[in-house]
Design a protein. Structure first.
Length: 548
């Protein structure tokens, strides 16, 4: 909404500009930033015209990191991996990476540090020394500006991995994971390995792999691990993942872990002739045809997290493993270039499958009901072509919902590819006054069959609603902020307000029933509605009494 640079005496004046968005809050948020100082934000909204705003900025801090080996001698040559904890302490952030400088005296200086909770790992150049950390430290007025790190010798730990029958498990990947944040270790979450890692690689993470290895033909792996208590994560294609708490001793040690056999699904997409329709239209990584398996939530929906995923071969075959026992949904994930301005990963439900522990399964999955279709046509608003504008075709059946973004040409015509289903057009009409767009879902429904070519005529009217809102006592609800309900897809940027007579206008107004809401001080919002314009074109006037 405004920007200014402070003068030599630190004073500033911000002239109001056009708002980018209306948050519905009173006043505005004020941010201040300067070289060598922490960025600061006001704790509450500042009103335009206020003259007594004081912003206090703190200097960025410098912390010295020193390392000693087991004999108390300084460690010469080491790298520091550093990150700052988010406010909730559950992940790592690094909005402003520190400057890391080797002081040449066996220490490293981290400068440009913001206040708050931090954590570091120390990685010595001497391969005989183990990775040290994670080590938490704080940047505040009460904490030291020096961190002393004790580095232990690297311990060679032998890990034997067997199955429930005592047979060795070869080709199993092992990672020794430590929590960098305050959350416990989670085997399903990423844990980057420290070898070759830079501090930027910790951003958004909450755990890290300090050592890794893989089992040989006899099921044995060797880890160069630091002493301490960690979590050992084991993964392979033939057995279920295992996350086990382990304690690494200060001397050479041996661990024995047991993994449960997993189920495997060998599948094939049929008919083979249909696979050409799903061929990716670009060579970008991750855009190939794939099959994913997900759990089923109460209510019958597929969960959002993949239990397993596999790429589909040129012959339509795939292998999903290692699978736990249970009932799961198999989904086909295909990338589709819908139009010149939109590409998307489309999910198609291939069916549900019951998996028994350790089972070996083979199944065919028909895909001809999911062949992409083509649609073209014209978009009209108030009987005039919508020229050079974007709009959406929202798939409402089958689940999951999908929005295909399309653009019209100089004649209001369009063409697109899309998966089969039932679609609802949604226009994006420039808001008056701007900026932004009014999202207007239309009552029209378009059924698109698999592999079909459809010609569509999408028509809408920009109807206007003049609404007078009265309180429960019959008096006009004057000068009240109004927000629109977007549960049906209708959205209007910015804020509305009633005038002195309790009147507010919506143009274009939504189709079908909708609600408006008005803040009521510290109490719950007032609900205005349900409202619905009478059938027909043009304008309408309604009156609504809150609580009536």
């Amino acid at each position: 909404s405004g920007r200014a640079t402070s003068r030599a005496d630190g004073t500033f004046r911000i002239h109001r500009g056009a708002p980018r968005a209306d948050t519905g809050k009173r006043g505005v948020d004020l941010f201040a930033q300067a070289p060598g100082l922490e960025q600061v934000k006001t704790s509450e909204g500042v009103a335009w015209g206020q003259h007594d705003v004081e912003v206090v900025m703190q200097s960025l801090a410098t912390v010295v990191v020193r390392a000693l080996d087991a004999s108390g001698r300084p460690v010469r040559g080491f790298d520091v991996l550093h990150a700052r904890l988010a406010a909730d302490g559950l992940s790592l952030i690094d909005y402003a990476p520190p400057n890391v400088v080797d002081a040449g005296d066996g220490s490293v200086r981290l400068s440009a540090l913001r206040s708050g909770a931090h954590v570091l790992l120390l990685r010595a150049h001497d391969e005989r020394l183990a990775v040290a950390g994670p080590i938490p430290f704080a940047v505040d007025d009460a904490s030291s500006r020096e961190v002393l790190v004790h580095v232990c010798d690297r311990n060679q730990t032998e890990v034997e991995v067997v199955d429930t029958a005592g047979a060795p498990v070869p080709a199993c990947e092992l990672d020794l994971i430590a929590a960098m944040a305050r959350a416990p270790v989670d085997g399903a979450m990423p844990a980057p390995r420290v070898e070759g890692l830079r501090s930027e690689g910790l951003r958004g993470m909450r755990q890290v792999s300090l050592a890794h290895g893989s089992t040989d033909a006899s099921g044995v792996a060797h880890l160069g691990a630091p002493p301490g208590s960690f979590s050992l994560c084991l993964r392979c294609e033939t057995h279920l993942p295992l996350l086990a708490p382990v304690t690494i001793a200060g001397t050479a040690s041996r661990l024995r872990l047991v993994m449960e056999p997993a189920a495997v699904l060998h599948g094939r997409l049929v008919p083979a002739v249909a696979l050409r329709a799903f061929a990716p239209e670009c060579d970008e990584a991750g855009h190939g045809l794939a099959v994913v398996m997900r759990g089923i939530e109460p209510g019958g929906r597929a969960a959002a997290v993949d239990v397993a995923t596999a790429e589909v071969g040129a012959d339509g075959t795939f292998r999903l493993g290692a699978l736990p026992a249970g009932t799961f949904r198999i989904l086909l994930r295909a990338w589709l270039r819908c139009s010149d301005i939109h590409s998307a990963a489309i999910l198609h439900a291939l069916g549900d499958i019951d998996v028994a522990a350790g089972a070996r399964m083979e199944r065919d999955f028909p895909v001809d009901a999911y062949l992409p279709a083509a649609a073209s046509g014209v978009v009209l608003l108030d009987a005039e072509p919508v020229v050079g504008q974007q709009f959406f075709l929202q798939r409402i059946e089958p689940a999951p919902r999908l929005g295909v973004r399309v653009a019209t040409d100089g004649n209001g015509r369009f063409q697109t590819r899309l998966p089969p289903g039932v679609y609802q057009p949604q226009l994006a009409i420039p808001a008056q006054p701007g900026p932004g767009y009014v999202m207007l879902p239309l009552p029209q429904r378009c059924a698109i069959a698999a592999g079909a070519s459809e010609d569509l005529r999408i028509e809408a009217c920009a109807r206007r609603l003049r609404l007078r809102v009265l309180g429960s006592d019959g008096a006009p609800l004057a000068n009240r902020r109004i927000r629109t309900d977007n549960k049906n897809g209708y959205y209007r940027p910015g804020a509305l307000a009633t005038d002195a007579h309790g009147v507010v206008e919506l143009q274009p107004a939504p189709y079908g029933a909708f609600f408006l809401f008005a803040p009521d001080g510290d109490r719950a919002e007032l609900t205005i509605g349900p409202l619905e314009l009478p059938p027909g074109d043009g304008a309408a006037e309604l009156e609504f009494r809150v609580g009536g």
